[in-house]
Design a protein. Structure first.
Length: 367
């Protein structure tokens, strides 16, 4: 009868000696296998332990170590000469069937604009020091968010082709985004300027829903019933600039929004797609409308900030805001929109302080 251990290839340490398990004071067996040497020249090892104090436990620890070493060598042989560009391309291709077209397009953009400069480097030539310098240089030209997006793609690629790699860098600190929240007056002035246009309907759906740009462009008359609008799809663009209708990214994206009567009346009589424009066309029209209305600069997406801030200000519970806006979680909604209610918060603070000041004034008169 053959022993399974006999078929393991003896690849263990840099000195090519077979890794042997040693017995610990606890009675367990531990076997160390060389893993890598860091930039400081320090050697790192993987540890494999068996709690069985017998010879069988010793063999088990050594077999686990041998299995890891064998897989590591085979992986090293396969990917020894693969370049970063080749690995990124393979990763994106493998993900095309499971990720949305817009995500794939974003990955291709990151690959083209930020990873191509180091694309000829082989995976095994990448080191912590090299990547840290690269990240630092990248941080000089793009935002911290972009750096994190690029590095996120890079680490995903490395985890696929070099699982268990030890590469790690320090990323730039996140910056709190400076968001402008449109006021009631801003929205009224904008709606007056675009009254009677297709853009008016898009703004109403975004500001009083709120719906996303892609959701609005995918909306059809069959999704509208009285004042209720069912959101179940979105329009996204792929890497070839072709627009597609797809399902929402998360389950929370599926929702039904009950709009005010005046918004529902704007949708009456429309057949097929409610908005015939693409998301990019909506953005371009919106920019022109903002400019000609002499309004402060804000994006179409900021109309969702407006809706969130108003709902917060009038005391709508967070769970309802999450459901109406299609946010995936409380933390997601709050992290993005908590800083958009500054103006309303100051207004409410003023009311609170006036109450306390009046109370203090009464106390003084009572003395």
């Amino acid at each position: 009868m053959f022993s399974l251990a006999a078929f393991f290839i003896p690849i263990f340490k840099e000195d090519d000696t077979m890794a042997k398990a040693k017995k610990l004071a606890s009675g367990s067996w531990r076997c160390l296998v060389y893993d890598y040497t860091d930039d400081a020249g320090k050697r790192h090892y993987k540890s494999f332990t068996s709690d069985d104090p017998t010879a069988k436990g010793k063999r088990k620890a050594e077999q686990m170590a041998a299995t890891y070493a064998m897989k590591k060598e085979r992986r090293d042989e396969i990917y020894d000469n693969i370049t970063l560009s080749e690995a990124v391309d393979r990763y994106i291709r493998l993900k095309e069937g499971v990720l949305s077209p817009s995500t794939i397009r974003a990955y291709r953009s990151l690959e083209r604009n930020h990873l191509s400069g180091i694309g000829k480097k082989t995976l095994y030539s990448l080191s912590n020091s090299f990547l840290q310098v690269w990240v630092s240089n990248l941080s000089d030209s793009v935002s911290p968010k972009t750096v994190r997006n690029v590095y996120g793609l890079l680490t995903a690629v490395l985890d696929m082709f070099l699982p268990g790699n030890s590469l790690h860098v320090t990323l730039p600190a996140k910056k709190k985004p400076e968001l402008y929240v449109p006021s009631d007056e801003d929205v009224k002035k904008l709606l007056k300027h675009i009254e009677g246009t297709e853009l008016e309907i898009a703004v109403l759906l975004a500001a009083f829903g709120p719906m996303r740009r892609g959701e609005i462009c995918a909306l059809e008359s069959s999704d509208v019933s009285g004042t209720q609008v069912t959101v179940s799809k979105s329009m996204v663009v792929d890497e070839n600039r072709v627009w597609h209708i797809k399902q929402p990214k998360t389950y929370s994206g599926y929702r039904t929004i009950d709009y005010p009567d005046f918004v529902a009346r704007k949708l009456e009589g429309i057949e097929g797609r409610i908005i015939k424009a693409t998301p990019d066309q909506i953005t371009n029209r919106f920019k022109r409308a903002i400019r000609f209305s002499h309004l402060p600069h804000f994006r179409f997406h900021d109309l969702r900030h407006y809706a969130a801030s108003i709902m917060h200000a009038i005391g709508v519970p967070d769970q309802y805001i999450i459901a109406r806006g299609g946010w995936s979680s409380d933390s997601v909604m709050k992290s993005i929109y908590r800083n958009t209610i500054g103006a309303e918060y100051e207004k409410q603070s003023g009311i609170i302080n006036k109450h306390f000041e009046a109370m203090q004034h009464e106390m003084q008169h009572d003395v």
